[in-house]
Design a protein. Structure first.
Length: 126
């Protein structure tokens, strides 16, 4: 075997072993509950406090105080005019093309209402 053929064999073996190692890490993580497969629903959220639910589900995009990050501000601008019913509908249905997931089925109706009420309280505070 030439040096070039030997080098290719080593590269192939490295790529295969790296793939096997990565798959093993993912599966071990899955077995201990650290990973979930894409599309698999997560654990049901049991919190009923709007602030806790907002921090867990919304703050990454809308900011800790709902002033906006990668998602729009919820306390100023056009979305600040939404009523509690409109907020509940937006939270439940999401806006897929805008990058907002729907939370219907992830959160209970009472939890969605709590998040909407929390957003309204942030508006009043600002």
């Amino acid at each position: 075997m030439s040096e070039r053929g030997a080098a290719r064999s080593w590269i192939f073996a490295y790529v295969v072993m790296a793939g096997v190692g990565l798959a093993a890490l993912i599966l071990v993580g899955r077995l201990v509950g650290a990973n979930k497969f894409p599309g698999e629903p997560g654990a049901k959220q049991t919190a009923t406090d709007g602030k806790t639910l907002f921090q867990t589900n919304c703050a990454a995009c809308h900011g800790v105080n709902a002033e906006g990050r990668s998602g729009p501000s919820l306390v100023s601008g056009p979305l600040a005019e939404l009523s509690v019913e409109e907020l509940i509908a937006k939270i439940g249905n999401g806006r897929r093309l805008a990058g907002m997931p729907k939370f219907e089925g992830v959160l209970t109706p009472a939890q969605i209402r709590a998040v909407a009420d929390y957003i309204l309280s942030l508006r009043e505070a600002s």
